[in-house]
Ligand binder design. Structure first.
Ligand SMILES: [Zn+2]
Length: 459
């Protein structure tokens, strides 16, 4: 080995030793930073100050869990630690990032911290030591490529189950780091499993905390009413009370109270009323179903289904009802055979708004109808098949995606449920938008409404 190489190796060894030393270095005194630290509320306090290595925090919406996480992150920064916060959506990361900046603003102003907005890093100067980083990540791959000695996984229920085992836990191995899992329950998915682990731990390594939205003293009654205004009972228990609901079960409640619509209504009883139609097309085994709904009376006026497979005949059946009831609009499923039928209907002069059924668009469509039943917002015809399909309709969870899935049980159909959900989606639009003869306006109002519903369901 030449002299030069020996020197190089020595240099490298020194460098490595320095790195290990730097990594293990913990200031005896907390770094004197200037902070606007809010006082944690009673629900936040235990997880902000607790010494457990693994913390599971279950909280209702707006319960203050992200603020609690930010206070914890700033405290950790002052203790000389490297903090990585990850959340699955940019909005969520932003909430954490903005809160950290607010708390640390005096230190930023005083030039004690390096701040990088695009990387979302707040780092003690000189750089290379303690810092806070906020990052949008939802699975193993998006979390990779970073290290921390305090890892905060926010909205953990929305992350992929592999995020902890594949990347989170290994990241903390080097330096015996800590982890905080923060979430609002999403039924009994992987986040619930982590909660079970915490409550069954006797070693003191794991801690668990639970608080509801109303445990946040800073949340006003008005804000609370706004959040809960359009929630089903299930949604309220899960999102506000932070309860773990069963993953599977019936979707529609309060059905008997909503079956009061007259069975043999006639168009002359609904002259000048606004009528909408929901249409679900039959495929192989199931039926084509139409739900004709009077928006003015908030009542279904006709439910029709048939096993007719000829699309030409199906189209005619719909056209007859459109004419007879003087309908304003048809909301029709557009998947597969739906599209060509809709095109022909539009060519015949009918006003049709298509609906694309996807794993994302279907849950809010169904949940909106479930809410209408729970609140007795409309009356429906007590048809034997229609009622049986409502009663049997169920929620299940797709293991791969952890997403709620709505469908009829094995061997049953859901055509009338879908037709009614589509009719209700039109009926529950603001009348001005729904009644407009301008298709573009209607379409735009509709899309806005839908995306709002989708956004809420993803929250
Ligand atoms: Zn009417």
């Amino acid at each position: 080995m030449s002299a030069a190489t020996v020197t190089d190796v020595r240099k490298l060894l020194h460098l490595a030793a320095d790195r290990i030393e730097a990594r293990n270095r913990r200031p005896v005194e907390p770094t004197p930073l200037l902070v606007n630290r809010p006082t944690p509320h009673a629900g936040q306090l235990p997880f902000v100050t607790g010494t457990e290595k693994r913390k599971v925090v279950v909280a209702g919406r707006r319960g203050g869990k992200t603020t609690g996480a930010a206070i914890r992150a700033v405290d950790a920064l002052q203790q000389g630690r490297r903090v990585l916060e990850a959340a699955p959506t940019a909005d969520q990361t932003t909430a954490f990032w903005e809160t950290c900046k607010r708390i640390l603003q005096p230190s930023i102003d005083a030039g004690l911290l390096y701040k990088n907005e695009s990387e979302r890093v707040l780092e003690l100067l000189p750089r290379g030591g303690p810092r806070i980083r906020a990052k949008t990540a939802w699975d193993a791959d998006t979390l990779r490529g970073d290290y921390a000695d305090l890892l905060i996984l926010d909205e953990y229920q929305m992350m992929h189950p592999n995020v902890w085992d594949l990347v989170g836990a290994p990241m903390l191995l080097d330096n015996d780091g800590d982890a905080i899992f923060i979430f609002t329950p999403q039924r009994k998915n992987h986040a619930y499993q982590q909660y079970l682990r915490a409550i069954n731990d006797d070693s003191g390594r794991w801690g668990h905390w639970h608080f509801r939205s109303m445990d946040n003293p800073h949340l006003s009654t008005a804000a609370m009413d706004e959040i809960t205004g359009d929630m089903t009972e299930d949604a309220y228990r899960q999102e506000i009370l932070a309860e773990f609901l069963d993953s599977e079960g019936a979707v529609f409640r309060n059905i008997p109270a909503c079956l009061g619509a007259p069975k043999h209504a006639t168009p002359d009883e609904h002259t000048d009323h606004r009528i909408v139609i929901g249409a679900d097309w039959g495929k192989q085994q199931d039926r084509t179903a139409f739900s004709v709904f009077c928006v003015t009376c908030k009542a279904e006026v006709e439910i029709d289904y048939s096993r007719e497979v000829d699309y030409h005949v199906q189209r005619q059946r719909l056209e007859v009802r459109y004419e007879r009831w003087g309908a304003d609009v048809v909301h029709a499923e557009a998947n597969a055979m739906g599209e060509p039928i809709i095109e022909e209907l539009i060519r015949s002069g009918l006003h049709v708004i298509p609906f694309q059924t996807t794993a994302v668009s279907k849950p809010p469509l169904i949940e909106s109808l479930a809410l209408a039943f729970e609140r007795t917002e409309a009356q429906w015809i007590d048809d034997p098949i229609g009622t049986a399909e409502l009663e049997a309709y169920e929620r299940s969870v797709t293991p791969a995606t952890n997403r709620s899935r709505y469908s009829a049980p094995e061997g049953m159909n859901d055509d009338t449920v879908i037709a009614r959900a589509l009719a209700w989606a039109m009926a529950s639009l603001p009348p001005a938008a729904g009644a407009s003869s301008d298709d573009n306006l209607v379409m735009q109002a509709y899309r806005t409404d839908r995306s709002e519903l989708v956004r809420r369901s993803m929250r």
